[in-house]
Design a protein around this ligand. Structure first.
Ligand SMILES: C[S@@+](CC[C@H](N)C(=O)[O-])C[C@H]1O[C@@H](n2cnc3c(N)ncnc32)[C@H](O)[C@@H]1O
Length: 215
């Protein structure tokens, strides 16, 4: 189905079920990660974000341009990336394993990551660059439930960076994060994301919000 980027409005979010922390997301939902054969993934994430140097999460890294460039440019940070598309993740992961020990790209639904896998107060920064303007409620990333999960995981002085070229999505995300405080945009490496390059090339407007959790 073609997406009308100029007139996008959010589909009704699919309600979470009655069990906190169990997210009906893509790739099997969070219950999957309670199964023994997936325990290794949970352990890998917990080891990667264990207390120590600052941790950033990039949601939907796609080709990994910004994830890899940030990991190269800011080696004292740990960069955890999640993406749904298998082939993208495999390519980015191969590069990270060979060259960037501070970068962990995973094939994982961000909603599951924040609801069920990351500990409280474990992350210093979350980047969501050009989230998909979805048309189905069960694909919607930013919802009130997701906002609550990010607030749990992000440290009190952490930063959330949101960028989009879809005005309706900016309006929707602004409403979802209405309680959050505007803060300066965090430093970024030089490479633009793929969508950001398209916007730059075609002269499309981009909306940016940099926010900290409510006090
Ligand atoms: C519009 S693309 C933008 C990609 C990239 N961030 C950029 O700026 O060019 C959105 C990406 O987010 C991924 N994505 C969508 N929903 C996701 C989710 N719930 N968890 C992780 N990745 C997701 C998609 O597979 C896609 O690669």
């Amino acid at each position: 189905m073609a997406i009308d980027r100029d007139n996008w409005t959010a589909p009704a979010p699919t309600p979470r079920d009655a069990h906190p922390g169990r997210v009906p997301g893509a790739l099997g939902g969070s219950l999957l990660y309670d199964q023994p054969r997936h325990a290794a993934l949970r352990a890998e994430i917990l080891a990667f974000v264990a207390p120590g140097s600052p941790v950033a999460v990039e949601v939907g890294f796609d080709h990994g341009i910004t994830l890899l460039d940030n990991a190269r440019t800011f080696p004292s940070w740990r960069w955890l990336g999640v993406e749904l598309r298998r082939h993208r993740v495999e390519a980015v992961r191969g590069h990270a394993e060979a060259h960037l020990p501070n970068c962990l790209p995973l094939r994982l639904d961000a909603r599951t990551l924040f609801a069920a896998l990351l500990p409280d107060d474990s992350v210093d920064r979350v980047d969501i660059l050009f989230p998909t303007p979805v048309v189905k409620g069960h694909h919607l990333l930013v919802t009130d439930a997701f906002v609550a999960d990010v607030a749990r995981v992000l440290k009190p002085d952490g930063v959330l960076l949101l960028m989009t070229d879809v005005e309706g999505l900016d309006t929707w995300m602004g409403a979802c994060f209405a309680e959050w405080r505007p803060v300066p945009v965090p430093p970024r490496a030089l490479e633009l994301s793929r969508r950001e390059r398209v916007c730059r090339r075609d002269g499309l407007p981009v909306w940016t919000r940099s926010l900290a959790p409510p006090r």
